[in-house]
Design a protein around this ligand. Structure first.
Ligand code: ATP
Length: 715
């Protein structure tokens, strides 16, 4: 068992394990992680698992990390397993001996492919069968990669053969997790973020090459030794997160850790052309006045927030180009027209670079920007320039690397200058985001700029701090802004006053330092977004559909209402927050019923080009262990998508447990009159709104109410 505090766990006691280390150990770790919702326990179990591997079998470490994060490659390599439900169901039948009918009954009862495979195999009579050799972690990983790489004629049979071999050789719990791995629903919650923490801790506690783990820190229980450990862990975690944000590939990070530990990680594993950086993100502000208050005393740039697709362009010394999406997928072949422009736009002094901007659909004849919807009609892959029907323009806004030198730690003003001086504009095709520089006192200018952005069909503006500045005292400027704002509206005046007071209270009248560096994967106050719809930024949530009831009346063939959840980033669980039955079209309902289909064993023909994805097994009749819900829908959905939902207000709920303990010790939160707005195809479940975000909206709502009362605006 290794779900102990890492300081009472002794990895040296496992030297008797055979190497390469058996897969059973990983399956055991998955079982432990699956059996708890405590993030501390999950992190401890993973940390100890990794330490054991570092010490006894470092060559299996990378495989264990990938398998635990339920992937075999980073997103930009575009690796797909291509295992359809037919392959899987045939493999389960062939290895367990159960019939198609029995399998269907099991699926309908259990819903989870892993549970079904486990149950089917446990019914198997083993008498007289030859005992298979133990699976190893490395062996399983290699087989999964092989399955993914098997392509072309006959690949379906070859893939099935490999799946069968795994299921045949797996024993007990191994079968459950092997199957979940193959359908890419490992369902052990929060592992992607936890993995970086576990790696940081494991490599802080265990020196590569087997040095004694005890020598790292005092293992004592005194306050001082605990604090010391937290400090070392904290630093190591920061290094791991920073490195992963710049080089999101375990294939690079794990060997670098084995070779040089956490201390040398950033040197051994720097950002690199053709490996996408995780993009920096913008923080939400409710409106212009809130933004102006936040940036008191700073010089900032206001830029149009274009409604297109974010693109990170990488170019190496030889002129090879890669273009990555916001979610790190390679999309070079979607934009051959943009690729063809690069030799024309870089000046002679630029060899290699990484830059970032927004690709927007444009009407070449009129120069008018077109909607995101238009852009999404463009082909996704292997587009030929001659076939391009939807023209695009790239609006550059940042530059992160020039000629092999990282620029991210330089102030934004400098990066922007480099971008604009080292590249040449091609009007309507490759240009810079429209922008103005301002300070908080320029609110009329900012307001005009904001209005002009909306006229150009932009979503609003992005506001970026220009320089790295230490603390400043904002007092004088706050008074000025407050006076100007007061003429606009009573409510704005109230907000300015309140924010001014709280800023002064919180920082003793001074504002904290704000850097203008480019921080991959961070959502900081130095990048603010102000959107057109006053309430759009604040009063919408990105929720995950987790279950549904059978519809009645006109909707009796569909799912309605749908149960929606927020995310608990600490435990990885999903917490139900409301039932939603408004904002859906009939077509949407129909597609939803087809997607979340409990009759998963459909016998339709599966072809190599179009294998029915096994992760189409998206319903379950039992509640997944990582869902928190007081309500029991007719069917549970396996979390796989994010929906933007608007609502009237947030209430404290005696029923729902979303965010329980954050704003009230005994009650969770729910939302009233939820209305579906759109599917967020650009967000994964791990990017859905968190319980903390819900609580922050509730607090804003309460302070708004308080302000209304104070202003006498209450009816
Ligand atoms: P949203 O709900 O606004 O789409 P998001 O989570 O997708 O939020 P944010 O970081 O919050 O992304 O908003 C920034 C996005 O706006 C960027 O990812 C980019 O695609 C787009 N964008 C458009 N213009 C700019 C600009 N001038 N600077 C930075 N990002 C811009």
């Amino acid at each position: 068992p290794f779900d102990h505090d890492p300081f009472t766990f002794d990895p040296t006691a496992y030297s008797h394990l055979p190497t390469p280390i058996p897969y059973a150990l990983l399956a055991h770790a998955f079982t432990l992680v699956n059996s708890t919702r405590s993030r501390i326990k999950i992190t401890d179990s993973l940390t100890n698992l990794l330490r054991l591997l570092i010490l006894h079998d470092p060559s299996s470490l990378l495989a264990a990390v990938w398998l635990t994060t339920n992937d075999v490659a980073p997103p930009y390599e575009g690796v797909e397993y291509g295992i359809g439900s037919q392959i899987l169901s045939k493999a389960i039948q062939n290895t367990s001996g159960i019939s198609a009918g029995q399998l269907r009954t099991l699926f309908n009862k259990m819903g989870d492919a892993g549970d079904v495979a486990f149950e089917a195999k446990s019914k198997q009579r083993t008498l007289g069968l030859r005992k298979p050799a133990a699976l190893t972690i490395k062996g399983v990983f290699d087989t999964v990669i092989k399955i993914a790489r098997t392509k072309g004629q006959g690949s379906q049979d070859a893939k099935r053969g490999l799946v069968e071999r795994l299921l045949r050789e797996g024993k007990g719990e191994e079968v459950r997790y092997l199957t979940r791995t193959l359908v890419q629903h490992l369902r052990i919650g929060a592992v992607k973020t936890t993995m970086l923490i576990a790696l940081a801790r494991a490599f802080s506690l265990t020196k590569p090459n087997g040095a004694q783990w005890e020598t790292m820190f005092p293992a004592g229980t005194t306050k001082a030794s605990k604090e010391k450990r937290q400090e070392v862990f904290g630093k190591a975690e920061e290094i791991l997160k920073q490195c992963f944000a710049r080089r999101p590939n375990y294939n690079d990070i794990v060997p670098a850790l084995i070779d040089g530990g956490v201390e040398e990680l950033n040197v051994r594993c720097p950002s690199k052309v053709h490996i996408p950086l995780k993009p920096m993100l913008g923080s939400i502000t409710r409106d212009l006045s809130e933004m102006l208050i936040k940036l008191q005393g700073r010089d900032f740039a206001c830029e149009y927030k274009y409604d297109g697709q974010r693109a990170q362009i990488h170019c190496d010394d030889d002129g090879n180009i890669s273009i990555f999406s916001r979610h790190l997928e390679l999309m070079t072949s979607k934009y051959p027209d943009l690729v063809a422009l690069i030799p024309k736009v870089r000046t002679a002094s630029v060899k290699s670079f990484i830059l970032e901007g927004e690709v927007v659909a444009i009407d070449r004849a009129t120069g008018q920007l077109r909607t995101f919807q238009t852009l999404s009609n463009r082909g996704r892959k292997d587009v030929l320039i001659k076939d391009v029907e939807i023209d695009v323009c790239f609006f550059g806004f940042d530059c992160m690397m020039i000629n092999g030198e990282e620029m991210m730690s330089r102030p934004f003003r400098e990066r922007r200058e480099l971008l604009r001086s080292l590249f040449t504009e091609v009007p309507g095709q490759f240009t810079w985001v429209k922008s103005i520089d301002a300070v908080s006192a320029d609110e009329d200018v900012v307001l005009d700029f904001f209005k002009s952005a909306l006229k150009e069909k932009c979503e609003g503006i992005m506001v970026k701090v220009l320089d790295n500045l230490p603390e400043v005292s904002p007092d004088a400027e706050v008074m000025e802004t407050s006076a100007v704002m007061s003429s606009q509206s009573k409510t704005v005046k109230g907000k300015v006053k309140k924010a001014t007071e709280s800023a002064a209270n919180g920082s003793g009248g001074r504002r904290k330092a704000l850097l203008s560096t480019y921080e991959p994967d961070k959502r900081l106050e130095s990048w603010l977004k102000v959107k057109k719809d006053y309430d759009a930024a604040a009063d919408s949530l990105d929720l995950v559909p987790i279950g549904a009831w059978h519809g009645s009346g006109r909707k009796n063939k569909w799912w309605s209402p749908i149960l929606l959840a927020v995310r608990n980033p600490d435990t990885g669980s999903l917490e139900a927050v409301c039932k939603c039955m408004s904002g859906f079209t009939d077509d949407f309902y129909k597609a939803l019923r087809e997607k979340y289909n409990p009759d998963i064993l459909d016998d339709s023909e599966e072809t190599e080009e179009d294998p029915a994805p096994a992760n189409q097994l998206l319903t379950s009749s039992t509640k997944p262990s990582y869902y928190e819900s007081p309500l029991r829908p007719d069917v549970w959905f396996i979390a796989s998508e994010v929906w933007e939902v608007k609502f009237a207000d947030i209430t404290l709920s005696p029923v729902y447990t979303a965010g329980l303990g954050l704003v009230d010790p005994e009650r969770g939160m729910s939302i009233r009159f939820p209305r579906f707005i759109r599917k967020r195809d650009d967000k994964s479940v791990e990017e859905a709104s968190t319980r903390q975000f819900l609580a922050s909206l509730w607090e804003k709502q309460e302070s708004r109410e308080g302000q209304k009362k104070a202003d006498g605006l209450e009816w």
